[in-house]
Design a protein around this ligand. Structure first.
Ligand code: AMP
Ligand code: MG
Length: 404
């Protein structure tokens, strides 16, 4: 064992350093069908009014409000997609269906339920008002209006809007491509029976999921042995196609901790140790061509917590998200949160509703090897270093992972 040469960096400083070195990826054009979950790289402006024409909101008759109370002669029909090409003159009415164009001359639409039809004569109520029962051109969106801003994630509503405005494709930020590997001679593939002293590689599956959830295309490289040359070769071969390297294990201080020297040999290590619990050995480096490397700790909870604190925000920045951090909500602590003297702590909690409040209960032992402290956790509660901690009953801003 040797003492680490890396300074212990404040968690907040480390997070800022990561973002400082994180590029926003270039944009690319995708078809609407491939755009769900992607982040818009352009402001979207309407080139036309929406609706583009006066469209009936009901089935009924298009008439002139001035003809209120009269028996009008039916002169034609305006169905959706099949407009009536004539005019509605004084004393006439055009049958109209939902989505049909309100014909020239008409200034209001009366519902079927409100008229009396006899042959070709339509008697309309005495209290007609101009402008009823149809959507005006531009009522939803005006030509030239900005409807979506760059940095917005595209979901169903946004894609529907884009389609309604005639955009068949959109400029979105490229998804980050990551290579992922676990390191450690003790690791065996899931499904194999571990021998004496061996454990199943679980981090790779957790991180694969976390990366995919974060919108990343992942290439999984399997398990690298604790052997410097082999590790370096594996990384070099894989980096060609990647923006981001994510490793787990091999970063704590010990003879088999090879990731930091490997990253040193390829690029620049900016963070080698963090005042963070769990996740003290977290390592961040930049590699040539703007690539990033995250050396996550081997302990399963440490790897996922450091992913949340450092990696996810970077991946969101790369994808052009307007909001880089997870949302926070005020929650009432349901337990006494002990602080660690010299490290920022992220405690895992489950949330429950109590009236209009959310109450955060500890998930139990916060050991960095205990994945059960994270499985089912809804939020992370940040406890500042010191000896004060946070009293049960206090309100804190929690980083929300999911809502109860
Ligand atoms: P390391 O950072 O390599 O010293 O790993 C610390 C501890 O984390 C190891 O002793 C293992 O118990 C555990 N660990 C490391 N890598 C993995 C992995 N891929 N999956 C599950 N546990 C791991
Ligand atoms: Mg190891």
């Amino acid at each position: 064992m040797r003492a680490s040469t890396y300074p212990l960096v404040d968690a907040e400083v480390a997070a800022a350093l990561v973002l400082e070195h994180t590029p926003v990826l270039p944009a690319e054009r995708v078809l609407l069908g491939d755009a769900v979950g992607r982040v818009l790289a352009q402001d979207l402006r309407a080139s036309d009014d929406l609706p583009a024409f006066a469209a009936s909101a009901v089935d009924g008759f298009a008439v002139r409000a001035a003809d209120a109370g009269k028996a009008l002669r039916e002169v034609g029909e305006s169905a959706a997609g099949r407009p009536f090409e004539g005019r509605v003159e004084t004393g006439t009415a055009a049958r109209i269906l939902t989505g049909g164009v309100v014909p020239d001359g008409a200034d209001t639409v009366v519902m079927f339920e409100d008229v009396h039809v006899e042959g070709h004569l339509v008697t309309v109520p005495a209290d007609l008002r101009a402008g009823s029962n149809f959507h005006r051109p531009g009522a939803d969106v005006k030509a030239g209006e900005r409807v979506l801003t760059a940095g917005t994630q595209l979901g169903a509503a946004e894609l529907g809007l884009a389609a309604a405005l005639g955009f068949a494709g959109l400029e979105v930020y490229r998804r980050p491509r990551a290579v992922l590997m676990s390191t450690g001679d003790e690791l065996v593939e899931v499904g194999r029976t571990p021998g004496r002293g061996q454990i199943t590689d679980s981090n790779r599956w957790a991180l694969l999921a976390a990366l995919r959830e974060a919108g990343v295309e992942v290439r999984s490289l399997g398990i690298a042995p604790d052997e410097p040359d082999a590790l370096r070769r594996l990384v070099l071969d894989a980096l060609d196609t990647a923006d981001v390297l994510v490793t787990s294990g091999g970063v704590s201080v010990g003879t088999h901790d090879l990731v930091k020297p490997m990253l040193e040999s390829l690029g620049t290590v900016h963070v080698g140790r963090v005042k963070l619990k769990p996740g003290k050995p977290f390592t961040f480096a930049t590699l040539p061509e703007g690539k990033l490397a995250f050396g996550l700790p081997g302990f399963p909870v440490s790897s996922l917590v450091t992913f949340e604190v450092f990696v996810r925000p970077a991946l969101r920045k790369m994808q052009g998200f307007a909001r880089i951090n997870r949302p926070t909500l005020p929650v009432r602590l349901g337990y006494d949160a002990r602080a660690t003297a010299d490290r920022t702590e992220y405690q895992r909690v489950t949330l429950r509703r109590q009236g209009v409040e959310l109450v955060a209960d500890s998930t139990g032992s916060q050991s960095s090897s205990r994945l059960m402290s994270l499985a089912g956790a809804n939020a992370l509660v940040r406890v500042a270093p010191g000896d004060e901690g946070i009293r049960a009953g206090s309100i804190v801003e929690a980083m929300i992972l999911s809502l109860p």
